[in-house]
Design a protein around this ligand. Sequence first.
Ligand code: SAH
Ligand code: SF4
Ligand code: F3S
Length: 473
Amino acid sequence: MSEAKKTVFIKTYGCQMNVYDSDRMADVLAREGYRPVESPEGADLVVLNTCHIREKAAEKVYSEVGRLKPLKEHARKAGRTMQIAVAGCVAQAEGEEIVARAPIVDAVIGPQSYHRLLAVLARAAQGQSAIDTDFPDEDKFDHLPKIGGNGTAAAGQNGPVSAFLTVQEGCDKFCTFCVVPYTRGAEASRPVEQIVSEAERHIARGAREIMLLGQNVNAYHGAGLDGGDWPLARLLARLSDIPDLERLRYTTSHPRDMSDDLIAAHRDLPRLMPYLHLPVQSGSDRILAAMNRQHSADDYRRLVERLRQARPDLALSGDFIVGFPGESDTDFDETMRLVADIGYAQAYSFKYSPRPGTPAADAADQVPDPVKAERLQRLQELLQAQQTAFNAAMHGRTMDVLLEKPGRRPGQLVGRSPWLQAVHVDAPADIIGTIVPVRIETIGANSLFGSLTGPAAARSGQASDRDAIGAIA
Ligand code: SAH
Ligand code: SF4
Ligand code: F3S
């Protein structure tokens, strides 16, 4: 490792996998002596880890690069260099166009090349072409530093209570609206052994929950401990055996890959949390077919029914696209009907955004923006009402909360319910990382507020401090 103490500011856009990747890039950079900082001012390197999923996501990157221009200029005048690297899915999709449009960008690196980040930056420093958007033959995971290992950004420190762990990457589904198969490449799964060892490293650093990540996580089929391919259900069962790993989650799943053994895992594995993100995108069979989702709305209804039979308290989350090309009022009504039938605890919904290079972008029957806007508003009102009702039903209940970190007020901690709701509670900091029973007393717009019950409450002496609870609701 070089002696020089350089600093890097990493800004992350997009999905949880980008959050995971940013940490991995920080680890690679630590090998060269880079220390992460919280702002781009004065940083030697700025990495923008970008998302390409919708038009706005990509445009944000170019405005951010524009904002960095005076900082880079300032560094140059002071005799320093500030390198700017664009990573992530915009990097992969646009490659050298980025440098053509924003010449102050020094390096462009796609998600499958992060183990080569230092080499790319070195080429940039020498004024050579520094664009690496290959899908290399070697597996980046074999070359990335181990989580929390010597010389990484977080060596010797505790990690998060809830840690992300990428187990599968890429997508072969080619939904007609989506860039992911082009930006992340073909579906690939990490071997079970590598995942178990990474999970154990997280646990040793204080994690109690692991969120397995993949663009199609339930299509996971990695090399198992017995030499054969293991599906996600078997991986979950193996991870469930790790002592001190209290909670497991996985995201994002495709309805088509929700296999019988995975449904059974929701019944059989108590550590698998009763919350599932299962995007359906639309409730219209015509639109689902045009999207190449390869299932019907009723297939999805039946699937949810089977999941709820396996785990009656399972809460669902989803993604929806409104205004996909050709979507009529009747198609949209079908989406509203499906949402009403399912009842979501939480969901994301978007206006369809045509992405260059995807089949739907060329469809003739694009839906006008005002129509998309009106549909989105109606859908979001319904989804919001469902979320509010789901949260309101928690009032007065006592639930297990995994305490993750200090809250916004001194003396307050924030954690997660089994259903991924943020829960604020007055509690001493030394019980961060434990699961405690919390009685829910106030329902906020985006989180719940409660007080400790049981032994932890007696110890903290704060269970009756009711005035404080909900003060910031
Ligand atoms: N792999 C996941 C989704 C990944 S992208 C799945 O198959 O469900 C996250 C979400 O972004 C998608 O579920 C979709 O709702 C939304 N999305 C993707 N492409 C989009 C586009 N072109 N316009 C609007 N929303 C889009
Ligand atoms: Fe995109 Fe479809 Fe793949 Fe999900 S399954 S990442 S929406 S192509
Ligand atoms: Fe965005 Fe790439 Fe994730 S496009 S949603 S950062 S996989």
